[in-house]
Design a protein around this ligand. Sequence first.
Ligand code: F6R
Length: 606
Amino acid sequence: MCGIIGITSNKPVSSSIINSLKKLEYRGYDSAGIATILDGGINEVKCEGRVKTLENNISKIKMLGTVGIGHVRWATHGAPSTLNAHPHSSESVSVVHNGIIENSTLLKKFLVEKGHKFKSQTDTEVIVHLITEYLKENDLKSSILKMLKKLHGSFALGIIFKDEPDLIIGARRGSPLAVGYGPNENYLGSDSYALKSMTNKISYLNDGEFCILKKNSVEFFDESGNKVNKKILELSSEDTSYDKGDYKHFMAKEIEEQPQTIKNCINEYLDKINKDINLLNFPWNKNEISSVTLIGCGTAYHSCLMAKHWFEQLTKLDVYVDIASEFRYRNNRFKKDNLYIFVSQSGETADTYAALDLCNKNNMKTCSVVNVVESSIARDSNFVLPIHCGPEIGVASTKAFLGQMLVLYIFALKLSYIRKDIDKENYLKKINSLLSLSELVKKSLDTDSQVQSACNSFVDAKGSMFLGRGSSFPIALEGALKLKELAYIHAEGYPAGEMKHGPLALIEDGMPVVVIAPRDDYYNKTISNMQEVIARGAKVLLITNKSTDEVFSENIWQKIEVENTDQDLLPFLITIPLQKLAYHSALKKGYDIDKPRNLAKSVTVE
Ligand code: F6R
């Protein structure tokens, strides 16, 4: 998704802006641009495609300005093109923007009537002309305040001015924005990761705030223009590596890192000596919570569905799950004894943030499960459970999915114990199983060659289905999502028992169907559903766990077996071959695995 960088310094900034834009590439984008102020003019370079192209274009000219803004764009208003790429500039002002201006049509009409000429199809350009218009009769700060009051929608902005060769304005409503502090230079960034290579001293703008950055000073203001004091936070120095190492893709690396992901998380939350789970300052007692609502988008939503299964198995709490983009517009019944859990890798997903904001405004108990602990969702939740996965760069979520599931499982297990829904013996047994999870996940990675041979049937397929029951249903949804987003193969995740209520009609000779049937309480039922699709010509790839019991294997096209463990933990082991199936299918088709088409890593627009 779009990304912003701004730097004001005592030396030329274009190469540092380019380097920081490269750090933002993982978010997914279609065009890039940069503007600096030099000799009383705005110097702007933009292109469709990659930051590398932008860098080549810049190397042909001299871009020596010491104040500048850069942007990677993921198209919302107007197609991906050089013309629509940011920054957008007038004679006097240049702007980069993340988010969407909802009243841009009305504002454009007003500005055209005043004689402003528009060059692009973007909503962003109204911001440029509004400031230009207000600067005619107001000073800089009043012009910014007036402009911000006119905008409806969500945004993070970086703005530079022809007549201010040392100054950047940053402003935020809805979309995140951070300020970084350096020696004789200061930075603006939509993402603190992008600033990490330059500084570990960061402040975050709150909703409605704006800031004035100069190379030797930073000032923050609220939406009425009153000065605001900000804390400077020190980012941890861990996880600054964006290196693929020997892997072809970040996704391959991130899949292989999962045993370590599990280990990190277990080390954080499990007291191995006392065999207990430590939730570190969990702020509520057991009588204050009688139900939970889990909210997320995409893969994070699937981990919420998975958690519903565990919370229901392990506790007597009522459990609800919602998609953030639905929840935020629903007529919700807010209940004081409900805990709202927000799951997000990035911690910046616009819909999930809006759902959290809604709960906060209704004074609900909010908790977040995030990877990026400096993110907006983490900062604005009452309580945070980090997943400790390290940066996930591949657009398709892999290790964060396992991390989210693990933290949610650990959370459910601890609540169950606190509430006395589980006895001590069973609690200890489950903790012991958790301690061996990392090794078992490692063994799941050995399914690689089996998966590679299976994916031949998927790459040529018109469509495919992923079936499971109980805890295997969210995993089926996740397996299908991965195949869709990476290999562009239509794939549907379905509860196996629902097939005969409609989708069975889709099954035809040779259609690849993944059946997820671990030896759990649903095994026999799922195997019966598998027979139904085999009888109609489906080519079934069965994923199950090893067992001494005979597995039904007649007419199964291929079978992959993962290790055996506590039923609760089998979803972790089964997820791995499904991630690999999507990866190898996309590889065979020659697609851009780390940056699938039309997708972005951090979805900061609704
Ligand atoms: C799919 C994927 C997305 C994200 C979703 C939420 O592989 O990565 O579906 O899970 O956009 O993102 P976060 O977790 O950052 O809120």
